[in-house]
Design a protein around this ligand. Structure first.
Ligand code: CTP
Length: 404
């Protein structure tokens, strides 16, 4: 599966901190994500982890020495060809050198030659991090456009707890993905995406809901971020993590989701309604827990219709003309195209993504999906059965074509 990291040329600078062992994991993760990773170790870093470790995980030569022939030619090439320079861990010393333009080893020379975005993951003792000199150096680098990720609080090599630990490799990977996606086709566009089920309370401890996991909506949010969009995710309780970089507005009921959507779409380019909104809610919400002794042998729950969020969007859109595009989902079991077409018109949509939920391997709460994407003029694409993330990337691809 292609992400913004795939086929990118990434220079990973590693400087001398105990967190160097995490850099090997980061190099491995970036390589597995499809990047070509050129690692430059400082002398101090090479004392913590050998170049061979990085060579083994990246499958590429590792650079350490400015003074060997490769180093001399490579520093300009590496810097100029890179799509991103990541320094993780970045020590207080290297941060100071970068802030002042010093170039005394292959990494700092490469950093001066680099014209790509730079991302630093500081790692140092808490006292060193808080020192005014380090803070001033970090500010200077940030003013020059360098992105600082972390450090975070936790146990340090000294045994003390403080602010100075390097951010974990998985989180760094998410930051790198976000950074590399920034200039995608949806740069400058704002997308509102809904996901997950809604929960409709019956009493303080019970609710009505459905099996939606939120996987498809969250995958759409990730795909939109990958394409450079600003993404707001309005979601009921999710069974999957929200991607880094998303503005998450958690909601519970359909009514709350409707209000959040109507507010968010006012300056949005597109709305993607992937949420499984409960069509009905209990007509009365008991203030106290309902006791079974208060009921007979049977209990009847009266339900009332929830608002149709897309209908409310349609009405507001007639006034505001925003968002420019609205995509809905439809879960159908028969006459999939005909019902989809009718729903597209009735709900005032530009696109509808129809899944055939009669298939056991696609749709609700599973990892895969199969979609027929319909536009006002007919079928746009048949997206075959595959991971929800791959389906999401394709939906975003077609949406982006319509937006630009
Ligand atoms: N939807 C909505 N508000 C609701 C229910 C659904 O905005 N109260 C949205 C869903 O997020 C989805 C689309 O409407 O994008 C279609 O949902 P679906 O449940 O398939 O359609 P319904 O209109 O409920 O029609 P039916 O259940 O009769 O098929």
């Amino acid at each position: 599966m292609t992400t913004p990291i795939t086929h990118q040329q990434i220079v990973l600078g590693v400087t001398g901190s105990i967190a160097c062992y995490k850099a090997a994991d980061l190099a491995s993760k970036l390589t597995q994500a499809g990047a070509a990773v050129d690692v430059i170790l400082t002398d101090a870093a090479a004392r913590f982890v050998t170049p061979f470790t990085f060579q083994a995980v990246t499958g590429r030569p590792v650079y350490t020495d400015l003074w060997d022939e490769r180093g001399h030619i490579r520093h300009v090439q590496l810097g100029e060809q890179a799509n991103l320079l990541v320094i993780a861990p970045a020590t207080a010393h290297t941060i100071a050198k970068l802030a002042h333009g010093l170039a005394d080893n292959l990494l700092t020379v490469t950093a001066l030659a680099a014209r790509c975005p730079v991302l630093l993951a500081p790692a140092m003792d808490g006292g060193m991090y808080e020192h005014p000199a380090t803070q001033a150096n970090i500010r200077l680098l940030q003013e020059r456009g360098v992105t600082m990720i972390g450090p975070v609080s936790g146990r340090m090599a000294s045994g003390l707890t403080g602010l100075g630990r390097m951010v974990e490799p998985a989180e760094l990977l998410a930051h790198i993905r976000l950074k590399l996606g920034e200039n995608g086709v949806l740069r400058g566009r704002k997308l509102i995406i809904t996901a997950g089920p809604t929960q409709e309370p019956l009493d303080p401890v019970r609710y009505l809901s459905n099996y939606s996991s939120g996987k498809q909506g969250v995958a759409l949010a990730q795909a939109a971020l990958d394409a450079g969009a600003a993404v707001t995710l309005i979601a009921g309780p999710l069974q999957v993590a929200v991607p880094l970089g998303v503005t998450h507005i958690p909601v519970l009921t359909a009514e709350q989701m409707k209000n959040a959507v109507l507010a968010a779409i006012q300056d949005a380019d597109a709305l993607l309604m992937a949420a499984a909104v409960a069509d009905f809610r209990p007509a009365h919400q008991a203030e106290q827990k309902i006791k079974k002794t208060d009921q007979g042998p049977e209990m009847v729950i009266e339900l009332t219709r929830n608002p149709d969020i897309l209908a409310a969007v349609k009405a507001q859109r007639e006034e505001t003309r925003r968002p420019h595009l609205v995509l809905g989902f439809a879960a159908e079991t028969q006459d999939v195209l005909a019902y989809g077409q009718e729903k597209l018109i009735r709900k005032g949509l530009d696109f509808i993504a129809i899944n055939d939920v009669s298939r056991p391997d696609a749709g609700f709460a599973v990892d895969q999906n199969q979609i027929t994407l319909l536009g006002r003029e007919g079928v746009i694409a048949e997206i075959p059965l595959q991971d929800k993330s791959a389906v999401a990337a394709q939906i975003i691809h077609y949406l982006a074509q319509a937006l630009v």
